[in-house]
Design a protein around this ligand. Sequence first.
Ligand SMILES: [Zn+2]
Length: 300
Amino acid sequence: MAAKIPFVRDMTFEYGAPAQLSPLIRRVVANNPGPFTFRGTGVYIIGHSEIALIDPGPDDPTHIEALKTAIAGERVSHIFVTHRHLDHSPAARPLSRATGAKIYASGVAPRFSEDDFVAEAGDDLGFKPDIVVRDGEAFHGPGWTLEAIATPGHTSDHMCLALKEENALFSGDHIMGWSTTVVSPPDGDMEAYLASLDKVRARDFSTLWPTHGPPVSEVGAFIDAYRAHRMEREAQIVARLEAGQTQIMDMVAIIYADVDRRLYPAAAHSVLAHLIRLVKMGRVRCSGAPALNSIYSLAS
Ligand SMILES: [Zn+2]
């Protein structure tokens, strides 16, 4: 194993208490820690007096009250949602009602899975933005500019938001400092995910602010390692095929030999995401559409 991702996990915060993190950025952390949310959902508040919110978080009354207290006396002009997962979007509607602000998101419709596997925190199936945001669209408030950057991969609807004045990116679950992100088909797409990593890398941001965990400051090196980790995984899958293995669960047992078996369903979906990409590239053959129990082989 070569690529080591320089994870960042140290985070000082108090649940529900707003903290000023930079001249334009405040954060309130929701008390929903877990295996996919790390310490909890970090809701970002952008600007002063006329403000925007990014990823309002779970529909938890205590959390929503804490947010309302944090922004009391200020006008909310935009509520942005990076993607429709349950730890990101459900508080958008109650906050919209309370503040009158509209909800902005990519609006891309999800691709549903025929199996019951729930990747991550689960989908917020009822989520619908008021305003559908286009890639590259900019939004302004006093002293701040946010640009939407479409970053499909983790989910088909994922978008990040760039804060121009601080050359910073709110990276949602696309890039997280504490962990790799889940890419689980059919809504997750490895090819789109890698392209979205490249898209963000090219922008040369100074700081990434993920929805979970602390910021990433060595952005270029971090994304390079993050990407290298995926390519290494893909090389391991190709090596399994070269060794004559044809099924995902057999590959998982070897590639993830040192991982808790309870994570095998998630690992299998990640391997499937790579295999779908390899089939599209013509490097791997599959009988029928790639699925968890398909038979795979290297294309000669
Ligand atoms: Zn997510």
